[in-house]
Design a protein around this ligand. Structure first.
Ligand code: AHR
Length: 654
């Protein structure tokens, strides 16, 4: 009850500040406006952000999984990325087993019977995700669960090998436990290579079972165990996102009920998590699970925004997006109570004391302090059916009743308009859902022509989270159209309270969706020019929007600007010219007190069709400059450019 009053008080205070600020000619902007959308699509997690180097580490890939959207389409099985290795004159046999697994969530494992170890041993080799990148002198941490099925001790060698087969690092250990036991070792290679393999070879005659073979670089992002690939994570951190939405996207509601993302399957020891195919058809280990998502949010100072399914599967379930399939399926009502409990348990997992049932699991994972969850999304682009509405309301009412301080984000379909959009908004209005999630992937000209979309949104209704948007391309013109649109999000930062470009990440060799914000392969991370636009908005976010401060000497929807002030009192201008003619912007600072003489500028400038590629990753990147400013000054706006001008620490007179 007390929490509810506190929430109401905060809301009343925000409304008071808004009225007050508006009477002073400025409008408050949501503190959480620019964030990111993470989905395991295009190998964003396994083979991407998640730093595990072994592909198919627990032999759970199966023929139902496939690399469906990749250039090299193929079905997978338990041996994907593995090879049975008999070197020298060694021989034996290998089989895939399920009778006595490590645990029931991880049913498949191998049995290898070494009849003759030969000179080099008998075992298996893994080729990672398109090869394993190894750097000289870095440490790589190996672990595996092994059950010795022989009467004698068995000795093993683990090796990192380059493409030619030369050994770059080697360690030995021996096993004697007849029960499953975890073995660990670390390898420090004498040389580096971009396409290595990892081998584990038994050098003794005998039989053993093996599962969950893992190899991580020691140097993950912030050195977190079970951590993230440092270069990709740092590129994300450099966006300075105010929030991270996870784990999707359509991956959340899944391809049929059995494929719905269940957060409880993704926490705890990695060998006990429940792996499954994701909606993008490939296998997800969920090694990057909810604990890791919360940790990453904390590590980069972003608020977590987990999304749970609204008790229905994706309306495109059971077939490709084009030919249709089984459609939306709903969790039977008699099972909804358990499902709702799972949602409530998620909130307890994030925020409950370490003494609570789910808070204790968080603490056991190494994080006794709460994760300070504030938002939870329910549903993703769902078709607005009675099944959806009934289940959404059950979840919504339960969260409101048990956790009134948590803000629920609802969903209004996959498009900026249309039936699901209209019905979704009607339903949100009926329930007074605090925030709704709008999605749109449209051409750049749509973004240029729709900059007034939110100007007349009713401020008394639900706030908006623009949860997925992109202008269908990675050229500089696309990025400029997005930048222009983002100035309109700032102008409407009192009603649009969050926004995230989507999707965030794509492995260049396995893209399920284009365009994306950041592309990577095993050795490179290539931020698109769209990325730099997102970064400049996020790093230069404000808490108040000021109108009537910039005017241009020509009128064009491709020519727009915004002016915000941040908590330090810095005045920040963003000026976008998505057109082919240079022009002049007149900037008026008269209503701000004591204007400094010098400003910091950043400019993105290029040709409209230019883009950052693996061949030319720096084609369009931000360039810093200094400029003199005064109470009233003119800025020459280059054709096809996006400029940020920051005038430091000024007190406001507005
Ligand atoms: O961002 C890619 C996909 O687009 C998301 O999974 C889905 O929500 C949307 O249709």
């Amino acid at each position: 009850m007390v929490k509810k009053y506190v929430s109401l008080l905060v809301l009343a205070l925000f409304s008071f500040i808004m009225l007050h600020a508006q009477s002073l000619g400025s409008k408050p902007i949501s503190p959480d406006l620019f964030g990111i959308f993470f989905e395991d699509i295009s190998y964003a997690a396994d083979g991407g952000l998640y730093a595990e180097l072994i592909q198919n580490r627990s032999f759970e890939y199966n023929p139902g999984d496939k690399d469906a959207w990749a250039q090299n389409r193929r079905s997978w099985d338990a041996f994907t990325s593995w090879e049975y290795t008999t070197k020298g004159y060694g021989y034996g046999s290998i089989s895939l087993e399920t009778t006595s697994p490590l645990n029931n969530n991880n049913p498949h494992y191998l049995i290898i019977n070494v009849e003759e170890p030969g000179g080099d041993g008998v075992g298996i080799t893994n080729y990672g995700f398109d090869g394993i990148v190894i750097r000289k002198g870095e440490q790589y941490n190996f672990s595996a669960f092994i059950q010795n099925l022989s009467g004698n001790a068995l000795s093993f060698e683990i090796k990192l090998l380059n493409k030619k087969g030369d050994t770059l690092a080697l360690q030995s250990f021996s096993t004697n436990s007849n029960n499953w036991k975890k073995y660990s070792a670390s390898l420090t290679p004498s040389a580096g290579d971009d396409s290595c393999s990892f081998a584990i070879l038994c050098k003794t005659k005998g039989k053993f079972a093996i599962d969950m073979i893992s190899l991580f670089p020691q140097s993950t992002f912030k050195n977190e165990p079970n951590g993230l690939r440092a270069d990709i994570a740092q590129t994300i951190a450099d966006l300075h996102p105010k929030f991270i939405r996870f784990p999707g996207g359509c991956l959340v509601h899944g391809d049929g009920l059995g494929n719905m993302y269940r957060w409880k399957n993704t926490i705890g020891p990695v060998e006990e998590r429940v792996e499954q195919k994701n909606i993008w058809s490939y296998h997800q280990t969920v090694g990057l699970g909810f604990y890791e998502y919360f940790r990453f949010c904390e590590d980069i100072g972003a608020k977590p925004l987990p999304i749970v399914a609204a008790g229905v599967s994706c309306q495109n379930s059971g077939g490709t997006w084009r030919i249709g399939g089984t459609g939306q399926k709903a969790i039977p009502l008699k099972e909804m109570q358990q499902y709702i409990q799972d949602v409530l348990d998620l909130i307890e997992y994030a925020n409950g004391p370490a003494t609570s049932a789910w808070g204790a699991k968080r603490a056991a994972a190494g994080h006794p302090a709460p994760f300070n969850l504030q938002y939870i999304g329910v549903g993703n682009e769902d078709k607005q059916t009675d099944d959806f509405r009934q289940r959404f309301q059950l979840i919504y009412d339960a969260v409101k009743a048990r956790y009134p301080e948590i803000t629920v984000v609802g969903t209004v379909g996959p498009f900026y308009t249309g039936e699901d959009f209209d019905l979704g908004w009607q339903f949100a209005n009926k329930l007074n859902v605090p925030i709704v999630d709008e999605h749109y992937y449209e051409k750049p000209n749509w973004f240029l022509s729709n900059q007034h979309r939110y100007d007349n949104y009713d401020r008394k209704k639900s706030k908006v989270y623009v949860g997925e948007y992109a202008s269908q391309g990675n050229t500089f013109f696309n990025a400029l159209a997005e930048a222009a649109y983002m100035t309109s999000l700032e102008r409407n930062g009192d009603v649009v309270i969050m926004a995230s470009y989507a999707p965030l990440l794509a492995n260049k060799n396995h893209t399920s969706w284009n365009p994306d914000l950041i592309y990577f392969n095993n050795t490179m991370v290539v931020p698109t020019v769209n990325y730099y636009v997102q970064q400049l908005f996020s790093a230069n976010a404000g808490d108040h929007y000021h109108s009537n401060t910039v005017s241009f000497n020509s009128q064009d929807s491709a020519l727009v600007a915004s002016c915000v002030t941040d908590t330090n009192g810095d005045i920040i201008f963003k000026i976008v010219n998505a057109g082919s003619s240079a022009c002049k912007a007149s900037i008026n600072l008269k209503s701000f007190k004591s204007v400094s003489k010098e400003a910091d500028g950043v400019i993105l400038r290029g040709k409209p069709d230019e883009q950052n590629t693996f061949q030319d990753p720096g084609a369009v990147t931000p360039k810093n400059f200094k400029m003199n400013v005064s109470n009233s000054f003119t800025y020459d706006v280059a054709a096809y450019s996006f400029t940020v001008i920051r005038i430091k620490k000024q007190s406001q007179a507005r």
